[in-house]
Design a binder for this molecule. Structure first.
Ligand code: DX5
Ligand code: ZN
Length: 217
């Protein structure tokens, strides 16, 4: 099943529980939480306190995207806060195999993220160990940016490797996903679609969720 993962980065935090209700009604599968520390990326968002509040409010699984330095120090805290999926950046983590193993050991699905300038080839020796690969289709740090079309190629490459090596990791895309480009992303081989502005910045959040969900179903 293809999954739609609205990113709460674009949500109205003064009414988060209602916003989560809207995406549930619309048919969202996962809630994407963007954790930024102002160091790995030039922006600061939120941490475990908010993830805990989200997990109290919704039954949807929570996907925590760690855009922080030294993510190893926080993995356990995010699992305790309710994360079902945790992803770390290839560009930040030195002992990636160990970090992926640790996430799994704690009971969450483990993912690796690559920035737009990071090639798929850097993942060749970790792919057999991960549950998912997150392809950034914008430079991480902010919502509302424009999709970088060349990242579609990375999804195709990953889908090809997955088939050839008989692996089973899921492929996730994050950044600039809209109702205009989501079909192309689907056709490239993507399984999980993060969407911030194209869900939460719309007048009718439930309808926007349903529209995107229908396009990938
Ligand atoms: C960007 C974040 C994204 C962001 C996507 O650094 O990782 O998850 O929320 O927002 P949109 O869909 O608006 O590009
Ligand atoms: Zn994200």
């Amino acid at each position: 099943m293809k999954k739609l993962a609205p990113s709460i980065l674009a949500a109205d935090f003064s009414n988060l529980s209602q916003q989560l209700r809207y995406i549930e009604i619309g048919g969202a599968d996962v809630v994407h939480c963007d954790i930024m520390d102002g160091k790995f990326v030039p922006n600061i968002t939120f941490g475990t306190v908010v993830v805990k509040a989200v997990s109290k409010t919704t039954k949807l699984p929570i996907d925590v995207h760690l855009m922080i330095e030294n993510p190893d120090n926080f993995i356990e805290d995010f699992v305790k806060a309710g994360a079902s999926y945790i992803s770390v950046h290839q560009e930040e983590v030195v002992h990636l195999h160990r970090t992926i193993a640790r996430i799994k050991e704690l009971g969450a699905k483990a993912g690796v993220v690559i920035n737009p300038a990071t090639p798929v080839s850097t993942l060749s020796d970790i792919l057999e160990f991960v549950d998912f690969v997150l392809v950034m289709s914008v430079n991480p740090g902010f919502g509302g940016q424009k999709f970088i079309p060349s990242t579609l190629n990375k999804i195709k490459q990953l889908a090809k490797i997955r088939k050839e090596k008989e692996l089973s990791f899921e492929i996730e895309i994050d950044g600039g996903v809209t109702s205009e480009n989501i079909k192309d992303i689907l056709n490239a081989g993507c399984d999980m679609f993060v969407a911030g502005s194209s869900v939460f910045a719309q007048d009718n959040i439930s309808a926007a969720t349903t529209e995107l969900k229908n396009l990938i179903s």
